[in-house]
Write a protein that binds this ligand. Sequence first.
Ligand SMILES: Nc1ncnc2c1ncn2[C@@H]1O[C@H](COP(=O)(O)OP(=O)(O)O)[C@@H](O)[C@H]1O
Ligand SMILES: [Mg+2]
Length: 489
Amino acid sequence: MRLGTKLTLYLSLIIVLVLSGYGYFHILSRRDILMRKMKIEVRSIGQTLKVSLEKISLPRGMELVQDLIDAVEEDEKIQGVIVFHRSKGLLFKSQSLEEEIEPYLNLIQKAMEENLPQEAFKFYKKTPVFSYAFPLKDRRGQTIGGVSILQNTSFVEREIRRAERDIFITIFILLSGTVVFILLGMRKWISHPISRLMEATRELARGNLDLQMDWRRKDELSQLGQAFNQMAIELKEAQQRIVKEAEKKLELERTLRQSERLATVGQLASGLAHEMGTPLNIISGRIELTRKRTQNGEVQKNLEIIAQQTERITKIIRQLLGYVRKKKGEQARVLVGELLDSTLSFIDYPTMKQDIKIIKDFQKDLPPIYGDRDQLQQVFLNLFLNALQAMPQGGTLRVATSLKQILKEGMENGERSYVEIEVQDSGIGMDKEILENIFTPFFTTKETGSGLGLMVAQGIVQDHEGWIEVESEVGRGSRFKIYLPSWEG
Ligand SMILES: Nc1ncnc2c1ncn2[C@@H]1O[C@H](COP(=O)(O)OP(=O)(O)O)[C@@H](O)[C@H]1O
Ligand SMILES: [Mg+2]
C-alpha cells in the first residue's frame, strides 16, 4: 500500500470514529433537551388548563373552557385532551381521539389516587405519545376528576433524524475534504519529493554526480534532498580525489619503473663495459704488438681496421654508459623535513587504505643538505614503499630525522655532521639471508618486485656521499637509516 493511501485510511478512520462518537453524544443530548422542553411545554399547558378547570365548578360549565381547549388542540403537536369527572365519567375527549383511550384514563385514575401528576410514554395507534395526567380539585381541595394531555412526540424523532442526517453530512464533507486534502498534500509534499529523491538516487547510481536538485521548502524531505545534494557534491569530490590519487600513484610508479629500468640498463652497461674492457684492452695491446712486428702491408692495413673497429666498440660502450647514467640533476639546498613531508603525501592514499599509522619525529632546526631533490625523493619513496609492502595488514611507519656527529673511517678532518633519516616499519622484517642481499640488483622476495629499489637508493645516497644502514628482525619490522652530510653553508 502506498504511503498516501495508508495515511488517508488512518486519518479517515480517526475522523469517522471521532465524529461518530461526537454525533452519538450530540444526538443523545439533543433528544434529552427536546424531551425536556416538550415536557415543560405540556406541563405548562396542563397548568393553564388546571387553573381554568378548577375555577369553574365541574361538571357544569365545560363550555366555558371549550375555547381554551380548542386553542390547546390547535397546536399540531397536541394529540388530544381528555377531561374526566369522578362521578360523571368522561366529560370531554378531543375529536381526534376515537377509541383506545383506556390507558390514558387509567393514568388519570392513578393521578387522582396518588394526588400527583403522572407522566407516561405510550403508543397511540402507532404514534409515540407522551401523556401528562393531573388531578382536578374543587374549592375544598377534594379531588373531583382529572385531565390527560396527549402530546405527539414524533416531532422529536423527526428532529433527531434531522440531527443525524446533519451529522452524516458533516462527516461526509469532512471526510471527503480530508481525503482530497491528504491526497493532494501527499502528492505535493511527500510523493513528489520522494519520487524526485528516487530519481536522484537512480541518477547517482548511474554515476551522474553532477546532479543538483532544487529544494526550496523547509520541511524534512527538502532537508533530505539538500543533504542528498551535499552528498553528491562530496561524492564527486571524493571521486575526484581518488582519481587524482590514483593518477598520482600511477605517475609515481611510472617514474619509479623508469628510473629502475634506467638503472638496470646502466647496471648492464657498466657491467658490460667492465667485462668487455679487459678483452678489448688485450685485443688493442695485441694489435699494437703485432703491428710493430710485421712489415706486411696488407696485414698492417687489416690490423689498422681491426684497431679502428675495436676503438669503435669501446666508444659505443662509453656512449651507452653516458646515455644511461642520468646526468647529475640540479644540486641545491634541500630541507629534509620538507622533502619527507611532501614524499609522505604521495603515500597517504595507500596508508589510509592499508590502515597504517604514520609517526613523524622530525628534529627541529635541522640543517639542510646539499643534493638533488628529485633523486633524494626517490630514495625516500623507495623506502616508504618497501615499508608499506612489508605491512599488508597495517602497522606503524615511523619517520624520524636528527643530526649526528660521526667520525667516518678514512676521513681526514675529524668528525662531520650528518643528517640521519630513519625509516622504521612494524612489518614482516627480514632474516639474515635476505638482509645480506637487499642491495643486490634484481634481488627481490616479492612476486612483482624488481629488486632494484634499494640498489638505486644506495647508488643515489652514495652519490651524495652518504650511506644506508639496515636493522631488521623477522616478524617485528625493519629500520633503515640513511646518512647524508649536512650542509652548513
Ligand atoms: N622494509 C622492508 N621490510 C622487509 N623487507 C624489505 C624491506 N625493504 C626491503 N625489503 C626486502 O628487500 C628486497 C629488495 O627490495 P627492493 O630493492 O626495494 O626491491 P623490491 O621492493 O622490488 O623487491 C625486497 O624484496 C624485500 O625482501
Ligand atoms: Mg622496493
